[in-house]
Every structure is written in C-alpha cells, then in structure tokens.
Design a protein around this ligand. Structure first.
Ligand SMILES: Cc1cc2nc3c(=O)[nH]c(=O)nc-3n(C[C@H](O)[C@H](O)[C@H](O)COP(=O)(O)OP(=O)(O)OC[C@H]3O[C@@H](n4cnc5c(N)ncnc54)[C@H](O)[C@@H]3O)c2cc1C
Length: 400
C-alpha cells in the first residue's frame, strides 16, 4: 500500500509532524521509530515557554502541565560565581521526563489516526529511477509514501547536510533527595565549561537531573580531547558536593551529543524533508532542541499538507519550509553566538555586579531571559531572597 507520508523518528520533531499532518486532515501517515515506546531519552527534559505553546497547539498541553514539574524561576551563576535570580511573570517552563513527553505526542498522533510502527529501524531511503525519495527500507520490509520526513535526531543517517558537524558534548545524571529551592532551575556558567554551562533541573519534588554541556570541537573544528567525565566530576565537586552528600544517585551517568548549526541548510530534497536535530536545528548556547524540533516538525507538516491539498507545488512548499525555519530560528542562533562571546569576557560578571541597580536589572533580565528561556522574566539579585541556591543552609528539604 502506498501512504501519503512516512516519518522516520518519533522524537518531538517527528511526532509533532505526525500530529500536525493529522490535524491538517492528511490521511495515511505512518510514523516509525527504532525503539519501543515509551522509551528513555537522555535529556534535561525542560520545555521552554515556546515549547509549551507548541505542546498546546498539538493538543497535549493539559497533560504536559498535569504530569510535569513547574518551573517559575532560574538562578544563573556567572563564571565569577555571582548569582542572578530571574523569575517568570508568564508562561513558566515545565520539566517532564522525555519518556513521558515523547510518549504523549506519539499517543496523540495515534489517537488522530496516525499508524505508529515501533521497533522499525530505517536503514535506507527507497528511491525511484529518477532518484526521488519514495519510501524507506527497514530490516524486513519497505514502507512506500508520496513524501518522506526524516526526523532521526542527532545521529541522523539520512541527513543531506555534508558540512562538518558542530556538536555540544553532554553528560548528566539523576539524584533523589537533594535540596533545592522549589520551582527553581539552576544554570552555572562555570569557567571549565565556557562558553557553555552546567545545570540542575528539578523533575519532581524529590528528584533532580544535573548535567554539563561543553563544546564538542575546538575553534579549528577538531574534536576536543577533554574527558567529559573528568570535567563533570570536577563540576559536581565545585558546585554540588555538599548538596549531594547523603543523596541517592538514580541509574548511570549518560551523555549524548547535541548537533547544531547557525545557518540552516536547505532542509529538503526530491520527495523528502529534514527536521529537528536531523537538520541540526538546536540552540548553540543553551542546547535547547525540543521546541525547535516540534516547531520545524509543524512547518514540515504544513509543507506536506499544502502540497497534498494542491495549495502549493512541491518545489514552492519545500523552499517555503526552509525559509520558515531560517526566519524562525536564525536570529536566536546568532544571538546564541553573541551570548557565547559575551560569556568569554568579564561582561557577564559585570552585569551581575550591577544587578542591584533597577535599570540594569530590567535590561539584563529581559536580555538574559529572552536568550535563555524565551520568556519574559523579572529579576532580583542574590543574596536577597529565599530562592537563592541552597548551599550551607538549604531553603527547604526537598526530599519526601
Ligand atoms: C543531555 C542532553 C540534555 C538536553 N536537554 C534539553 C532540554 O532540557 N530541553 C530541550 O529543549 N532540549 C534538550 N536537549 C536537546 C534535545 O534532546 C534534542 O534536541 C531533541 O530531542 C531533538 O528532537 P528530534 O525529534 O529532532 O530528535 P530525537 O529526540 O533524537 O528523536 C529522534 C528519534 O528517531 C529515532 N531514530 C533514530 N534513528 C532511527 C532509525 N534509523 N530508524 C527509526 N527511528 C530512528 C530515535 O529512536 C528517536 O526516537 C538535550 C540534549 C541532551 C543530549
């Protein structure tokens, strides 16, 4: 049987595309993934306000808010170890384990009539005599479709982007029983991770994930030789040793690269679109990729739906898709590089030092909040509040 679309990969990008196609009334959509769902995914699992907005449009907003841990403030620690406290005034972020979040999207797609084939590992694209992509091959069979969407993540084997890869290296772990200010995330711009950072994201009242991200390549594009495990051990020792004492680590440390770009390449070929991390659409300064994957998934679905309905030719719809991605993300990606540059100078510490001044606070929290969280934030200097990072005197025993 020939399908309208086959989508490879049921992460947030692929599943969002499937849901959106179904919402647009497109029939005969197949979503495949090599894994059986629900499945684990190494991720900080933080959904920004932008991501939450899309989750709502896709029809899973209520469930995400019900199941997730709500974040209303962010403590930023500068390379000089100064703290700034930013609060959201609207649209708080949510942390929801990817195992649950991705499954919500897949279940939503299924409920809308999408056929989901788990444990289907796509190994090759199927092409017709003219080279047009007309399907995908798995171990035992082929799925044919008018349009193929590749959403197979950071290690994409289908991406048509031949440029050398730029990556962010990560390592993270999970702990139960650590003290933290309720509803508060921590981002630590440690010199050893410069210009990237380490984080602490609460997942429930009792469990947190802590991780680091650092550049995977040096300025010359060569893979960095620094051992990410050693860097993480030092980070934990420098920032969390006392708070982790007596807590319980859950599972092993896990790492995964994040693939990013600044200029999004043409995300299409004859018969196929690329999206999410398969198209390197993640934020270079924060590593955020869930929102970007879902947003590009929605744009890709719109392109396919426009061709199916006869509103646009494939050439026009494909070109519009790449243009939409560039228009939506390029400014943020460029600002990410500006932030990276600023973090290598004393500017960030100087801002933190002047942070008690209302005018500096206003501008700095707006700029920082927009760059990091995509939200409107208000700020306060620390220490002046209950919400400072617990250290010697924790504000609340979070374990229960
Ligand atoms: C440690 C870490 C922390 C992160 N924290 C955050 C965060 O807090 N917030 C945030 O927004 N982003 C975060 N990210 C980034 C985010 O995880 C990714 O950018 C996002 O998952 C990309 O979504 P995607 O749908 O493009 O790809 P993925 O989520 O990687 O999904 C790809 C899917 O394709 C499937 N697949 C792959 N190959 C095949 C194949 N050959 N056949 C069939 N199926 C296949 C995979 O099983 C997978 O389900 C983090 C990343 C890492 C590594």
């Amino acid at each position: 049987m020939r399908n309208t679309a086959v989508i490879i990969g049921a992460g947030p990008g692929g599943a969002a595309a499937a849901v959106r196609l179904a919402q647009r009334g497109v029939k005969d959509i197949v979503l495949v993934d090599k894994d059986r769902f629900p499945r684990e995914k190494t991720c900080g699992s933080a959904l920004s306000p932008n991501g939450l907005k899309i989750a709502e449009e896709l029809g899973i907003g209520v469930d995400v808010k019900r199941l997730g841990y709500h974040i209303h403030s962010l403590v930023v620690v500068t390379p000089g170890k100064r703290q700034m406290h930013l609060r959201t005034t609207e649209g708080a972020a949510v942390v929801l384990l990817r195992k649950h979040f991705d499954n919500l999207l897949v279940e939503r797609a299924k409920a809308l009539g999408v056929q989901f084939r788990s444990e289907f590992r796509a190994t090759e694209l199927v092409r017709d005599g003219g080279g047009r992509v007309v399907g995908v091959r798995g171990k035992d069979d082929e799925i044919h479709a008018d349009y193929v969407v590749a959403a197979d993540g950071a290690h994409s084997i289908f991406s048509n982007d031949q440029r050398p890869k730029r990556t962010i290296s990560t390592l993270m772990g999970w702990w139960e029983g650590m003290e933290f200010a309720p509803g508060t995330m921590e981002m630590i711009f440690d010199k050893n991770l410069s210009p990237l950072y380490g984080w602490m994201f609460p997942e429930t009242d009792a469990r947190v994930n802590i991780g680091i991200c650092m550049d995977g390549e040096g300025p010359d594009g060569r893979k960095t030789e620094r051992n990410v495990r050693d860097v993480f051990a030092r980070f934990l020792e420098d920032h969390y040793a006392s708070r982790l004492a007596g807590t319980r680590q859950i599972g092993k440390l896990k790492g995964h690269p994040i693939s990013y770009t600044t200029w999004i390449r043409d995300c299409s070929d004859d018969g196929i679109l690329f999206l999410g991390e398969a198209a390197r659409i993640t934020h270079n300064a924060t590593g955020e990729g869930i929102f970007q994957a879902m947003q590009s998934g929605m744009y890709a679905a719109d392109a396919v739906a426009d061709v199916v309905s006869g509103r646009a030719t494939e050439a026009k719809a494909w070109a519009h898709y790449t243009w939409q991605c560039r228009q939506r993300f390029t400014f943020g990606f460029v600002m990410g590089h500006v932030l990276r540059g600023a973090l290598k100078t004393p500017l960030f510490d100087a801002i933190a030092l002047a942070y008690n001044s209302p005018s500096v606070k206003k501008v700095a929290t707006w700029a920082l909040g927009s760059a990091l969280a995509g939200s409107h934030l208000t700020g306060s200097a620390i220490p002046d509040e209950e919400a400072a990072m617990p250290s010697a005197t924790p504000s609340r025993a979070a374990a229960n």
